[in-house]
Design a protein. Structure first.
Length: 588
């Protein structure tokens, strides 16, 4: 016993497992070349990098490399550097290009005579089996250690889409930051992220052509806003807030006062056959100075390139320190198919119009048919399915839920640097799957990419409210409302403020926010349900019962128990809300 106890040790380790993809097949077909390639990999990359990051190899063969690191950050950096090194290597002569798949876990391991034992070894095997070539998969515990310490993307992976396997913990894909984009700097603190910066409002372009071109003017306005939001020296007012101004409005003073903007861009669009002509005027309102006034002429077939040119010139005029060439490097075309883009614009014009919601879905689906790799189309279709579930319009909740998850996952897979895509994916994870940690990682990644993304601020606030973090939720939704003060989805922002007040136990305040939300959108069930509960919890039982009766007339199949089963609010706040609904007379 004395000898055994001396041999056994326990310590927290980062455990990495890797292997050469298809090694057995390579040996069977090209044994000599495979062995030569492995020897070069081991001598040129593996062993020098292990020494650099203090990795202790337990096993080092092509079929299984198992390495222990004292730090999860070191393990992750080693894995990313190794994959990058492999990708950069140009095979010499007849040499093979090898591919690795890598998995990393953190575990309190038992070390017995130099061998690692315990659950960690099984977990890393399981994770490794799910990895695909050139990937680095990490466990949730690793993400917690490295998420704010690496300039890397950390993206959620659905284990069900990897050989149908299920894991006990969340699964994440670690990817290096694309060199063309800004480094993903973690939010050092929420208050620091809310620091004031100059605000720009882009007013709706006036459509000088037939009414059938109105959607094109609206869509171009939104896309220019999205491009400009990449300039982190500006707070770009969300497109939804500027929609309240008339198309072609040139009232910069009124817009600046209403939206809290210092810069205002206005203009008009005219289409003649396939040619587009945009006339814009950029004003600095405090000094009443016109910074830019010029026409832009382009072809409808290259409408996306047209937007890039327009956005870059505007940004350069606003902030001379932001070079137009640098901004262009940050821009990526969402699709090269003008017809798919046209379908997306038509869908966006209808997605929040419940009377025409089905038509919106058809436009998004057609955009995907035309361009299956169109991330925004997948994201908007995921959003549409999520709205159907939340508002009780779904004929099959599970079918809509799965469709939302699938399209959100696909959207992030296609474009992990689109902040709006990440915001949708985060909300889907939170609302439909109650995966709050994964959702917040997506929201924070979105805000690191685009601090002006009002939807990321608002949806992350909703998730924080579900988690019971009312104060943080209030701060985030207020930032969303500052960035998009006249947003048509303001009723949703107010509902989030009401939810945050509920979890803070401020029921009177919650009633005020939720009543405002209902005045803006009387049929919005998310606000309606919660207002019934808040009124009851605030001892306004008569009003609560009256409102509950109205709700039940619209949704007679509603039951408190079924609502509690899927609603993502966490305990103890969920039980309080359900109690309030029962106090108001809603059936259990």
């Amino acid at each position: 016993m004395h000898v055994a106890s001396a041999r056994l040790q326990r310590r927290l380790v980062a455990l990495v497992q890797a292997s050469v993809v298809g090694w057995s097949r390579l040996i069977a077909r090209q044994a000599g070349q495979a062995v030569a390639a492995w020897k070069l990999l081991r001598s040129d990359l593996l062993e020098p990098s292990l020494a650099e990051f203090a990795g202790r190899p337990e096993e080092l063969t092509p079929q299984r490399m198992r390495v222990e690191f004292a730090s999860a950050v070191d393990a992750a950096q080693w894995a990313l550097q190794l994959q990058a090194g492999l990708a950069e290597r140009a095979p010499a002569g007849e040499a093979l290009r090898l591919h690795l798949r890598i998995a990393i876990v953190v575990d309190d391991a038992i070390v017995d005579d130099g061998k690692l034992l315990g659950m960690g070894t099984r977990d890393v095997e399981e994770l490794h089996d799910l990895a695909q070539h050139d990937e680095v998969l990490i466990s949730d515990s690793v993400r917690a250690f490295v998420g704010d310490k690496l300039a890397a993307l950390v993206l959620p992976v659905d284990p069900g889409m990897r050989q149908g396997k299920a894991l006990a913990q969340a699964l994440w894909l670690l990817k290096p930051q694309p060199p063309s984009g800004p480094q993903s700097v973690p939010l050092a603190g929420l208050r620091a992220a809310l620091r004031p910066v100059p605000a720009l409002a882009v007013l709706p372009l006036g459509n000088l052509g037939p009414d059938s071109d109105a959607y094109l003017a609206t869509g171009l306005t939104e896309q220019v806003i999205n491009f400009l939001a990449l300039n982190k020296s500006l707070a770009v007012i969300a497109h939804d807030s500027t929609l309240g101004f008339d198309q072609g409005s040139s009232d910069s003073q009124r817009a600046a006062h209403s939206l809290g903007a210092e810069y205002v861009l206005s203009g008009s669009l005219q289409r003649q056959d396939s040619q587009l002509r945009i006339q814009v005027s950029l004003s600095h309102v405090p000094t009443q100075t016109t910074l830019l006034q010029q026409p832009f002429v382009g072809n409808l077939g290259d409408v996306l390139g047209f937007q890039e040119l327009l956005a870059a010139d505007i940004a350069a005029a606003i902030d001379p320190e932001v070079l137009a060439s640098e901004l262009r490097q940050l821009m990526r075309r969402p699709t090269d198919n003008p017809s798919a883009y046209d379908c997306l614009l038509r869908g966006l014009a209808q997605v929040h119009d419940f009377a025409h919601a089905e038509a919106a879905a058809q436009h998004f689906e057609q955009a995907i048919v035309l361009d299956p790799a169109y991330a925004q189309a997948h994201a908007q279709l995921a959003w549409w399915h999520t709205l159907r579930v939340g508002e009780g319009r779904s004929a099959s909740v599970e079918q809509d839920r799965q469709a939302a998850i699938l399209h959100a996952h696909r959207a992030v897979e296609l474009d992990p640097r689109d902040a709006s895509v990440l915001a949708v994916a985060g909300h889907v994870r939170s609302f439909l799957s109650k995966q709050f940690g994964q959702a917040m990682a997506l929201f924070d990644q979105a805000l690191a990419i685009n601090p002006s993304c009002a939807q990321a601020w608002a949806r992350s606030a909703t998730t924080l409210a579900y988690m019971g973090q009312g104060e943080q939720a209030q701060m985030r939704v207020q930032q969303a409302m500052r960035l998009s003060p006249r947003d048509p989805s303001r009723f949703a922002f107010l509902t989030t403020r009401g939810t945050a007040a509920v979890v803070q136990g401020r029921y009177d305040e919650a009633c005020a926010w939720l009543a405002q939300a209902r005045r803006l959108n009387p049929g919005y069930k998310a606000a309606w349900r919660l207002l019934v509960a808040a009124l009851a919890l605030a001892d306004e039982r008569v009003q609560a019962r009256a409102l509950a009766e109205e709700f039940m007339a619209v949704e007679p199949a509603f039951s408190v128990a079924e609502f509690g089963r899927w609603y993502p609010l966490q305990e103890p706040h969920l039980s309080q809300v359900l109690h309030g609904l029962r106090l108001a007379g809603m059936p259990n």
